[in-house]
Design a protein around this ligand. Structure first.
Ligand code: GRF
Length: 202
């Protein structure tokens, strides 16, 4: 059966856009049923509106604690019958409660070859550190930041002529290519996690 998924985004949403396009083109055979943001002004919400996708914005400050915020999100996700969650520039960590509600059903994309360069400045750090290459990782999400079983990685060489802006564009282009690919496989049950090991059926 065709699955339903939600994208969580806090910012620009260029990955969300690549996902919207991949659903439209039929590459991802699942329904993008909801875009959630914790930031009212996230451009990602604008992209969702333009694409006619239902949006949900909740402000954590309106809740007593993170778990009550997450409980409200889960209630809404259940209302939309969401099967899996795709993080695309979502800037909050989850509590154990949320992870256990969607076990092995939350994906994330990160602009480095994890475990290298965790955090928000990954591309900058690789560039400033004069690394020979960096890359992109798609992984399952757990409670820790940029952590969890790795599904797919692709390296991005850093050329001597690259500026930070050029490198950022190269890394994002790889994200926009491999993330929809992984989501497409996941939506068709071609990615499985067995004893902490990822198996991909291409
Ligand atoms: C991407 O680089 C993604 O890997 C990271 O946050 C950034 C989000 O960019 N997790 P965008 O909002 O998808 O344009």
């Amino acid at each position: 059966m065709r699955k339903k998924f939600a994208v969580f985004a806090s910012g620009n949403g260029s990955n969300l856009q690549a996902i919207i396009d991949a659903v439209k083109s039929g590459q991802i055979k699942a329904d993008l049923a909801l875009v959630f943001s914790d930031k009212q002004k996230a451009y990602a919400l604008e992209r969702a509106r333009t694409a006619g996708i239902p949006i949900l914005y909740l402000d954590i400050k309106a809740y007593a604690d993170k778990q009550s915020f997450e409980r409200d999100i889960v209630m809404k996700l259940k209302g939309y019958k969401i099967d899996f969650i795709v993080l695309a520039g979502y800037m909050k960590l989850f509590t154990e409660y949320f992870i256990h509600e969607y076990p092995n059903k939350i994906l994330n994309v990160h602009p480095s070859m994890l475990p290298l360069y965790k955090g928000m400045e990954s591309i900058k750090e690789a560039f400033a550190g004069k690394a020979k290459s960096t890359g992109v990782t798609v992984h399952f999400v757990d409670e820790k930041m940029d952590h969890g079983p790795i599904i797919l990685q692709e390296a991005v060489p850093i050329e001597t002529n690259d500026t930070l802006e050029i490198l950022e564009a190269k890394v994002h282009a790889v994200e926009h290519k491999i993330y929809p690919h992984v989501i497409a496989l996941f939506a068709e049950d071609k990615i499985r996690l067995k004893n902490g090991k990822v198996e991909i059926e291409e």
